[in-house]
Design a protein around this ligand. Structure first.
Ligand code: CP
Length: 334
């Protein structure tokens, strides 16, 4: 229950200043204290899911998704509604001036006039940063190509801490082993998650990457070094059965869309109810899923991927509150 997480993390709120009115483009931006405060606020919202607030009344979210999305767009919009704000949603770039060749800088300049915050999903990695240069309202990266998906990673770590709240403490007694299936270099959710894991190295005993490839293809520049520098043990394995059987958390990703490198591994690395896992192991998946994650797992205790998607609403409520409201208002809430 989110209240267990609330009980386990500290109460000081000063660190929220670090993200007030900021653009959010990378998981690298979050320090450990800010993460804990965000999770604390998210847990507060999640513990009272029926309590809607008016803290963003009169504020407008520009929700611009130039790539398909179910969870990210709708959970951001749900979060904004729950905070009492209004939304303008763009789900097809061909309906905007971009289709006529308008520059992102000009679009961003217009966004300044129409809204109070932008959430952007774009297949082009550089679009978020291009818009940042012209925006005077916060923009949140909701997935930029293969680069990052920072708010997904926030939701992922929030889920892990809800499952084992003691991991959020400074020196957890039983750090966990996480197995990530696929190529971190080419999965934006994993790229962001590994950055957050590096900030909580005391919570993780080891990170195992399950992939049939060379290290050059598995890791992007500096990715493994960042993990090692944080003190984490990093393993690369090709043995599906050993890796998943020894993990406390198994993070698997989709094979559904072209360009996702998991496509190559989908036939080899599949989880279903017959897969041998630790009794209390959990499976995380950012969804949408393909055949790599069988529905036979949905009604087992290993299924934390639906909780992961649900928690994202409250996590995004917390993030939006911090970005768009004055920090003092956040401190009043938490
Ligand atoms: N997790 C995630 O990014 O899902 P969507 O593509 O549905 O937004």
């Amino acid at each position: 229950h989110p209240k267990n997480l609330l009980r386990s993390i500290m109460e000081d709120g000063e660190c929220l200043e670090t993200i007030a009115n900021q653009h959010i483009y990378s998981a690298d931006q979050f320090d450990q204290q800010t993460l804990l405060q965000l999770f604390r606020l998210a847990a507060k919202y999640e513990a009272n899911p029926d309590r809607f607030s008016a803290s963003l009344r009169g504020q407008i979210l520009i929700s611009a998704f130039y790539e398909p999305s179910t969870r990210t767009r709708l959970s951001f919009e749900s979060a904004w509604h729950r905070l009492g704000g209004d939304i303008m949603s763009i789900t097809d770039r061909s309906t905007t001036g971009i289709a006529k060749g308008e520059s992102l800088a000009d679009v961003a300049e217009m966004f300044n006039n129409y809204g109070d915050c932008v959430v952007l999903r774009e297949s082009n990695e550089s679009s978020v940063k291009e818009m940042m240069d012209s925006l005077r309202i916060p923009i949140i990266n909701a997935g930029n190509g293969l680069d990052e998906h920072p708010t997904q990673a926030l939701s992922d770590l929030y889920t892990i801490f809800k499952w084992r709240p003691e991991l959020a403490q400074a020196s957890p007694e039983h750090p966990i082993d996480i197995c990530i299936i696929g190529l971190p270099a080419k999965m934006r959710t994993v790229r962001s998650l590994l950055k957050l894991i590096a900030k909580f190295s005391t919570a993780f005993n080891s990170v195992t990457i399950l992939a049939n490839d060379t290290e050059e293809n598995i890791f992007s520049a500096g990715q493994k070094e960042q993990l090692l520098a944080s003190g984490l043990t990093v393993n690369v394995s090709q043995s599906f059965s050993d890796s998943v059987a020894n993990a406390d958390v198994i993070y698997i990703n989709a094979i559904t869309w072209e360009g996702d490198t998991f496509q190559e591994y989908g036939s080899q690395f599949k989880l279903d109810a017959k897969t041998k896992l630790k009794t209390d192991a959990i499976i995380l998946h950012p969804l949408a899923r393909g055949e790599e994650l069988c529905a036979s797992l949905d009604h087992t205790p290993h299924n934390w991927y639906f909780a992961q998607a649900r928690g994202a609403v409250f996590l995004r409520q917390a993030l939006l509150t911090c970005l768009v409201r004055r920090t003092q208002r956040v401190l009043d809430i938490i």
